[in-house]
Design a protein around this ligand. Structure first.
Ligand code: FES
Ligand code: FES
Length: 178
């Protein structure tokens, strides 16, 4: 039996102690925004926040988690994709297939909490999540946009990839949460 605080709600879940947190989040709790990629802490698709730090949930056995530990998944960032990082992702049309993007967003939000104005080098160092679609340039741009938005200095220049049709941006926001 595990007692887990996920997105602010404590749940008692009947599972073996060695079950990875990722599987409990997806299978028992039904929050499928967190993805399975490699299962060995390499790709970052399964990233969630654990007491405010980004972690790879595929290698965390639930037996070691206390009810006082705070777990936040992509669904816990906002109920309607309104978190500044999610909005920057949609505005800059970041996702391609979308599979890695929940993990990318969780890594980005954790980074921005620690470093509100990260450099490209900070982003590259902190965000080691793999994107098979190669969206790294747009991820960097979106992290900068979210940082500027939080600081109240966000701008969208002509020709910027932020100029995407609203319908497409909306569909990309949906992809991020799928
Ligand atoms: S599925 Fe956890 S790091 Fe790849
Ligand atoms: S958007 Fe396809 S793997 Fe990253």
């Amino acid at each position: 039996m595990a007692k887990l605080n996920i997105n602010g709600r404590v749940r008692e879940i009947a599972v073996e102690a060695d079950t990875p947190l990722l599987w409990v989040i997806r299978e028992q709790v039904g929050l499928t925004g967190t993805k399975y990629g490699c299962g060995v802490a390499q790709c970052g698709a399964c990233s969630v926040h654990f007491n405010g730090e980004v972690v790879r949930s595929c290698v965390i056995p639930v037996g070691g988690i206390k009810a006082t530990d705070r777990i936040v998944t992509i669904e816990g960032l906002s109920t309607n994709a309104s978190h500044p990082v999610q909005k920057a992702w949609a505005a800059l049309d970041v996702p391609q297939c979308g599979y890695c993007q929940s993990g990318q967003i969780m890594a980005a939000t954790a980074l921005l909490k620690k470093k509100p104005r990260p450099t490209d080098a900070d982003i590259d160092e902190a965000m080691t999540n793999i994107c098979r679609c190669g969206t790294y340039q747009r991820i960097r741009a979106a992290v900068h946009m979210a940082a500027e938005s939080a600081a109240g200095t966000a701008t969208v220049s002509p020709g910027s990839p932020a100029r995407v049709p609203a319908r497409r941006a909306k569909s990309n926001a949906a992809k991020v949460k799928a």
